[in-house]
Design a protein. Structure first.
Length: 301
């Protein structure tokens, strides 16, 4: 059952831009004892667009090898073309990833009709050795996939779910409504995840199955607690914890982005490492603000 909380793991780089696989391995091992369901390797917060195909294979393999046996690893495999995405998805499968998260193609966004999107995802799902998930992140792509198109694509038996990072509660609810009767197998329905922290708790009320969140890298236990408290009917407690983490979630996403997430990880004893150009590390004043946010969220003493 694919549900619960996943962090999109940042990819640590050294100051000279080299990939730091030992740091990545250490982060996964540090997160293993938490209640996270698993990990997303090479999502948006992983700087997936900054690695080569060979580096991607190394990242997938490192995460899959370091992950505890009970953790599910999803590989972000979306590329600009369908063929390149197929090749990257096969790399993820060979490394041991259990599913592929595929960003909507966006470079020729004006041509991305329902027919084109269906052809793209179905062509990948036809040959993918692992299940496929749709990834909608309009803040990065400038393109938003409508729920009715998601429902159409979801008819393919190897398309099992989606991550919606739009942060639009109505859109998230509509995606659940239109896909809830799509059975992946006898026991599992189409799985809708929120990629937006603010939409997670409201989304649980109408049927999302979990969330893939940047803030789960720095507050894994807290994010899992929100999910579990909701499932146990302790809605008020879940809401209080949700509100406490909200500024931190914003700080490592919309406010400071990937460099902010890496700075926060460094402050909390993880290996955030350096961002890779053209992203720049935070300046001193921004790091001080991140530190203040973490203290207010009770994540940093």
């Amino acid at each position: 059952m694919l549900s619960g909380i996943f962090p999109p793991l940042p990819t640590p780089f050294k100051e000279d831009g080299a990939l730091d696989l030992e740091a990545l391995r250490a982060n996964v091992e540090q997160l293993n004892p938490t209640g996270l369901t698993g990990y997303l390797a090479l999502g948006s917060n992983s700087e997936a667009v900054h690695v080569t195909p060979d580096e991607a294979s190394q990242v997938y393999a490192t995460v899959c090898t370091a992950a505890a046996p009970d953790k599910i690893v999803i590989g972000g495999t979306g590329q600009f073309s369908t063929q390149a995405t197929i090749e990257m998805t096969k790399r993820a499968a060979e490394a041991g990833c259990a599913a592929a998260l595929i960003i909507t193609p966006f470079y020729y966004k004006n041509s991305m009709t329902a027919e084109a999107l269906r052809a793209h995802y179905h062509a990948i799902a036809d040959v993918s050795p692992i299940p496929v998930m749709i990834y909608n992140v309009p803040a990065n792509t400038g393109f938003n996939i409508a729920p009715n198109i998601v429902a159409d694509i979801a008819q393919h038996p190897n398309v099992i779910g989606m991550k919606d990072s739009a942060g639009d509660i109505n859109q998230l609810a509509e995606a659940v409504r239109l896909t809830r009767n799509r059975q992946v197998d006898k026991e599992t329905s189409f799985r809708v995840f929120s990629g937006n922290y603010g939409a997670m708790l409201p989304g649980l009320t109408f049927g999302i199955v979990g969330a893939i969140l940047a803030v789960a890298n720095i507050a894994p236990n807290e994010c899992v607690s929100i999910f579990n408290l909701f499932k146990q009917g302790q809605i008020e407690e879940a809401g209080e914890l949700h509100l406490r983490l909200l500024p931190a979630a914003r700080g490592v996403t919309s406010k400071f982005g990937v460099p902010g997430l890496k700075a926060a990880m460094n402050l909390l004893g993880y290996h955030g490492g350096w961002p890779r150009l053209p992203l720049l590390p935070l300046g001193a004043s921004q790091r001080a603000e991140i530190e203040k946010i973490l203290k207010e969220a009770e994540l940093l003493p």
